[in-house]
Design a protein around this ligand. Structure first.
Ligand SMILES: [Ca+2]
Ligand SMILES: [Ca+2]
Ligand SMILES: [Ca+2]
Ligand SMILES: [Ca+2]
Length: 838
């Protein structure tokens, strides 16, 4: 008889403790043969539970001294009259309580009926309490486990159901190790004759994706349905083994598992899971456990003691990925899927407490927050925004997608279900990945090992205007044995990066890439790149030895190359007020946008080129905030710009000035001058000599200077000339004699005196002419000649004579006074010779 076995698939269901069990009780799990009444019976060796639904199971009460026959084991699972439990070995936690707790404490098993419809068997060992529970009419073994410390000695809480595979042959294929040709790695990975591989590890699924695991056989299906894994560790994407099919079909429920574990184990939670028997069809989506509230179970928290978190949306999602919102603290973990349409989400059934909230893009954390959950309430977190998606960086090229998984890379779709040596794998050693030509799923290996495919080579071209400093990011989802990539570009080599913090167990070969997502960042200088073809290599390095697929290695999420944000050079520059100025902002890495804030008026920046230009219209020192940006960021600096005043004031001076002397010392002159500065406006003018000074006769230079606030000085001069243009004043001329008598024709000496004044000074006074109203030699005058003689400046001889027929003679003597400026004036005196005696 061949039926298609139901295979565990990626069911994404949330556990609902309040879900109704009607369908389960009514049909799917209906008993097929007659049976005894529901209830608990016991003898020295066993508690026997009849579910009244075709399933009768026994729990061992005593220690047989063998860890395959331990107290607390399921010793019998009879369903519809068929014994499914391997009779040589129990179904048990780990390898049995007496193995876990031997020499540390006793294991006690107690049984009781609760009301008329429930049976409760309690197994107690160390700090661990395990319950087997039955409900009337349901072919199920309900189980719940609570522990306050890890089981002594061996640790790891997992429940293993062991059913002979002959009775339950149809389970997960990747973990079906029957007919293998021997172990190929450790003692748990096996080869098959056809070159494929099998291991219990390859039964793993992401916790988020499964709600049951099991197998089927003729007219039977046995399924383990799990709770919400609030007491587990490793988050929504943790993968651990669920099954192995050898001589037994081992159906496994992991509470705590150390393999590739990224978190501490959680304690004190009541973890529950249900072994469900049916006819081989798919198991129910979930089972009702609300009745646990009446079972007095250690660690049980009823729905009303729980709370929820609701979000109205998540901004910044990439619609091609599923987004999960996870919540975790030291006590519990939860997750829920965000609605594809708007990112809204509801996570319910949460224990009260404060949780770290993580937004996952597929499996990569792209946002974090915090939320506090209270019992009976829904905590609103509104609309969240993704802040940390590496895809937001603008990359020159990117291999793979930033989602926390290698599934889109070569063999990435196979790594969780088979060994890397499996014949179904594509060759791990690949030719160089050529950007623009190769595809990630064809050409870029999901995993890289030091001993297998080292290095990985990537080739890409750059044009001259793409040469800049770049950052290469290599995202890892897990690494084994400290493997991490060192990077080289052409002849440039990165330092050896630090080893990643990762679980210490095997990972890459046992079906999981899910470790700690780590991104290695390599800052590559522009000098490393060349125009044309560039060769980049990723070389796994590690201080740990290992060969082949157990050599140090890593799992890639994505690798990309992105231009670095610009760097900006701070600088100082000097400009001159009123003069054209330009300055180019100095920045690296191909900036596409510039800014300058705080420029003096008159200067502007070209945001596209970074050229600051214009004519500054203010002086002083300006701390200009300069920045440059490209697609991946910006940098800021300071341009300390000093604008100087280098222009002297412009003088306005009077024309040369002439003033009349007011005395021998010259004259006082007054004048004004002004100076206008480009920056300071009117500035004082210093004049030397100052206006109002006494100027001597002649020309004197007046020097003018003006200085602006910056010390720029201008100078000029003009001339003040003091002149004497005024002739002396001769107020009167007197003579020593004014009447000459007798008229004896004799010469008479005369001395003149002139009353002369001049503002500056008289230089000379002298007789310049003598005239007579009578001819010198006229009728009746004695016939003499000459009649006068000038004997000195102010002396002369006059002849005392006159014409006989006349009325007397009058001499007019003219005196001239002259000053140093050669100004002269005259006056005269008359001296008479009367006709008759006076
Ligand atoms: Ca990826
Ligand atoms: Ca100036
Ligand atoms: Ca004069
Ligand atoms: Ca005469």
């Amino acid at each position: 008889m061949n039926t298609t076995p139901p295979q565990p698939t990626g069911l994404r269901r949330l556990w609902k403790q309040t879900a109704a069990l009607c369908a389960l009780a009514a049909g799917l799990l209906a008993p097929q043969t007659s049976h005894a009444e529901f209830g608990l019976s016991s003898d020295e060796t066993y508690f026997t539970v009849d579910t009244d639904a075709g399933l009768v199971f026994k729990i061992r009460r005593v220690d047989y001294g063998s860890n395959t026959q331990s107290p607390g084991d399921i010793a019998s699972l009879v369903y519809n009259g068929v014994e499914y439990q391997n009779q040589s070995r129990g179904s048990q936690i780990n390898s049995g309580f007496d193995w876990l707790y031997k020499n540390t404490s006793a294991v006690t098993v107690t049984g009781e009926t609760v009301g008329s419809d429930f049976v409760k068997i309690t197994v107690q060992g160390g700090n661990l309490t395990h319950y087997y529970l039955a409900r009337r009419g349901q072919p199920c073994v309900y189980m719940a486990t609570c522990f306050t410390s890890e089981p002594d000695v061996h640790g790891l809480v997992r429940y293993i159901v062991r059913i002979p595979s002959t009775l339950l042959p149809n389970g997960p294929v990747p973990s079906d190790i029957r007919n293998n040709t021997g172990a190929i790695e450790s003692s748990d990975v096996f080869g098959m004759a056809d070159g494929t591989t099998r291991s219990k590890h390859y039964s793993n699924m992401r916790l988020k994706d499964w709600s049951y695991i099991g197998a089927s056989g003729p007219n039977v299906g046995v399924w383990m349905l799990r709770d919400n894994q609030e007491g587990g560790s490793g988050g929504p994407f943790y993968r651990s083994l669920l099954n192995q099919c050898g001589s037994d079909q081992e159906i496994t429920y992991i509470v705590n598992y150390g393999e590739v574990q990224t978190e501490a184990f959680r304690l004190g939670i009541l973890n529950h899971y249900t072994l469900v028997f049916n006819d081989g069809s798919l198991p129910p989506a979930d089972v009702d456990t609300s009745w646990f509230a009446g079972m007095n179970l250690l660690g049980y928290v009823a729905p009303e003691g729980r709370g929820a978190v609701a979000g109205t949306g998540i901004l910044g999602r990439d619609p091609s990925f599923e987004y999960t919102v996870g919540f975790s603290n030291g006590s519990a973990q939860y997750w829920t899927t965000a609605a594809p349409a708007d990112g809204s989400f509801l996570c319910s059934g949460m224990l009260p407490g404060t949780y770290t909230l993580k937004i996952y893009k597929n499996e990569l954390v792209v946002g974090t927050g915090s939320v506090t959950v209270s019992a009976g309430a829904t905590a609103p977190v509104g609309t969240l925004t993704i802040a940390d998606d590496p895809s937001s960086k603008s990359s020159l090229w990117r291999i793979g997608a930033w989602d926390g998984t290698p599934t889109e890379l070569l063999n990435g779709d196979k790594v969780t279900t088979m060994h890397p040596s499996d014949v179904r794998m594509s060759p791990w050693v690949q030719p160089a990945y050529v950007v623009g030509v190769s595809t990630p799923w064809d050409n870029f290996p999901a995993y890289q090992w030091k001993g297998v495919n080292n290095p990985i080579t990537i080739k890409f071209n750059l044009t001259a205007d793409q040469i800049a400093a770049y950052t290469c990011r290599a995202g890892l989802t897990v690494a084994y044995s400290g493997g991490r990539p060192m990077l080289a570009v052409n002849s440039w080599t990165s330092p050896i990066p630090a080893a990643p913090s990762q679980p210490k167990t095997r990972s890459l070969t046992v079906g999981t890439y899910r470790g700690n997502n780590v991104t290695y960042t390599y800052n590559i200088p522009a000098s490393a790149f060349v125009v044309g073809e560039n060769t980049l290599t990723l070389t796994v390095v590690s201080g740990t030895a290992g060969t082949g697929f157990l050599s140090p290695g890593c799992s890639y999420d994505a690798v990309d190359l992105s231009i670095q944000p610009p760097t900006v050079s701070s600088a100082a520059a000097t400009a001159s007020f009123g003069y054209a100025f330009s300055y180019q902002i100095a920045a690296t890495n191909l900036p596409t946008v510039f800014n300058a804030v705080g420029l003096p008026p008159g200067l502007n920046v070209d945001s596209a080129t970074g050229l600051i230009s214009g004519t500054p219209e203010a002086v002083g020192t300006f701390a200009v905030a300069i920045s440059a940006g490209n697609a991946n960021g910006s940098a800021a600096g300071t341009l300390t710009l000093t604008v100087n005043d280098i222009t002297a004031p412009v003088l306005s001076l009077p024309a040369d000035l002439t003033v009349e002397a007011t005395g021998p010392d010259g004259a006082v002159a007054t004048y004004t001058a002004t100076a206008l500065d480009d920056v300071d406006g009117q500035v004082p003018v210093t004049l030397s000599p100052a206006s109002g000074s006494q100027f001597p006769l002649g020309a004197t230079t007046v020097n003018a200077t003006a200085v602006d606030a910056a010390g720029n000085q201008s100078g000029g001069s003009f001339t003040v000339t003091v002149v004497d243009t005024t002739a002396p004043t001769i107020a009167s001329v007197t003579a020593s004699e004014t009447v000459l008598w007798p008229a004896n024709h004799k010469m008479r000496p005369i001395t003149l005196h002139a009353d002369v004044t001049d503002a500056v000074g008289v230089v000379s006074t002298r007789i310049v002419s003598v005239t007579s109203n009578e001819p010198v030699n006229g009728v009746g005058d004695g016939n003499t000649s000459p009649d006068w003689e000038i004997t000195g400046d102010m002396t002369l001889n006059l002849r005392a004579e006159r014409a006989g027929p006349g009325n007397g003679r009058v001499y007019t003597v003219t005196v001239e006074a002259r000053d140093a400026a050669n100004n002269s004036s005259t006056n005269h005196v008359t001296i008479s010779v009367p006709h008759g005696a006076p």
